[in-house]
Design a protein around this ligand. Structure first.
Ligand SMILES: [Zn+2]
Length: 346
């Protein structure tokens, strides 16, 4: 029996016109940020190692490990159009991270990743996001492009849902969510309609062509943070913190601890009332439960707050070498500058 054909890049619409030859790297961004094997932040040239860039650009990060918990964070439905988000008072915040695409905060911010130019170049995607002919796709071979291709198609599908009417198209162009043509003119509405309908048909034919994360479009960030706190190490670390300081760490954690404390106080009050009644006063099981819960109510807040302080201390210890090296560099720079000034005066 002949081996099955490898999955192909199914999108053929060229909304940006001719972008200069098959598989051109001119559609790639100027640089990209990543963390190297030692965990150090680095900036790379996407044209130098296109595969590494695509794996970084089309990565869902820790969201991949949370797939089975995503029912808690958002409904199983396509993305709502852009005008709806504005109508319910959400602010569209442009963010260039695939794992933050369509996450929304309780403060009314909706993170949206703009469409990368290279994803609208079928010639580039057919070369770089298509599995090689010998790919079996049943193991995680380095040459297999299944994961980034599914993410790319799911991402493009969310745009077919976000930009439904001409009003959505206008909002997307105003927010610079869509790339411009070579002559710096926006994509034509007629061309966008062809691409959007092609993406919808793709999903109708086979929903497995896109990554399952995109089956649930908008996800609530506060619930993603809750899942992350209890499923990843170090504990109590949220998925995404908008405030990058220690007061932010305490602020994020004190909010859920205050909510939990209110519930504990409610239960304790109910138990106190129960113990005052004749029927429950002599009930051994209720007495036992009240005793256990009272001990829990004393110890739990202390342990939770102690854990947050411990996490803050661990972060401080982790950041200390970086802070000290930064301070040393600044001191050396000041020293060099003062030497240069003295040299100039002499
Ligand atoms: Zn493959």
């Amino acid at each position: 029996m002949a081996p099955p054909e490898p999955p192909l890049w199914p999108v053929t619409s060229t909304v940006l016109g001719n972008q200069g030859g098959e598989g051109t790297t001119d559609t790639l961004p100027a640089t990209y940020h990543y963390y190297d094997a030692t965990g150090k932040h680095a900036v790379g040239d996407p044209a130098e190692d296109t595969l590494a860039f695509l794996q970084r650009e089309l990565s869902l990060g820790s969201l991949t490990g949370m797939l089975r918990h995503l029912w808690f964070t958002g409904a199983n439905r396509p993305a709502m159009p852009l005008h709806y988000h504005l109508a319910v008072g959400r602010e569209i915040v442009v963010v260039d991270r695939m794992d933050l695409h369509l996450l929304w905060t309780n403060e009314g911010r909706l993170f949206v990743k703009p469409v990368s130019r290279f994803l609208l170049n079928p010639a580039f995607c057919q070369i770089n996001l298509q599995c090689p002919s010998a790919c079996s796709c049943d193991n995680l071979a380095a040459t297999c492009r299944t994961a980034p291709r599914k993410v790319a198609l799911g991402f493009l599908y969310t745009y077919a849902c976000l930009i439904s009417s001409e009003s959505d198209f206008y909002i997307a162009n105003e927010k610079r969510l869509l790339p411009c043509n070579g002559d710096n003119k926006p994509i034509r509405w007629e061309d966008w309609k062809i691409l959007a309908r092609e993406l919808i048909q793709m999903l109708e034919r086979d929903s497995s062509t896109m990554h399952p994360r995109f089956l649930r479009a908008e996800l609530r960030l506060s619930r993603i943070n809750t899942i992350h706190r209890f499923t990843h190490l170090p504990r109590f670390d949220p998925y995404f913190r908008s405030r990058h300081n220690y007061s932010g760490l305490f602020g994020d954690n004190l909010a859920w601890m205050a909510t939990a404390t209110v519930f504990v106080v409610l239960v304790l009050t109910a138990m106190q009332v129960g113990l005052a009644t004749e029927r429950l006063k002599g009930d051994d099981a209720f007495q036992q439960a009240s005793y256990g819960f009272t001990v829990f109510a004393i110890l739990a807040p202390m342990c939770a707050f102690g854990s947050v302080v411990l996490v803050a201390l661990l972060h401080l210890i982790k950041d200390l070498p970086l802070l000290l090296s930064g301070q040393r560099t600044r001191r050396e720079r000041r020293h060099t500058m003062s030497n240069a000034t003295l040299g100039g005066v002499a």
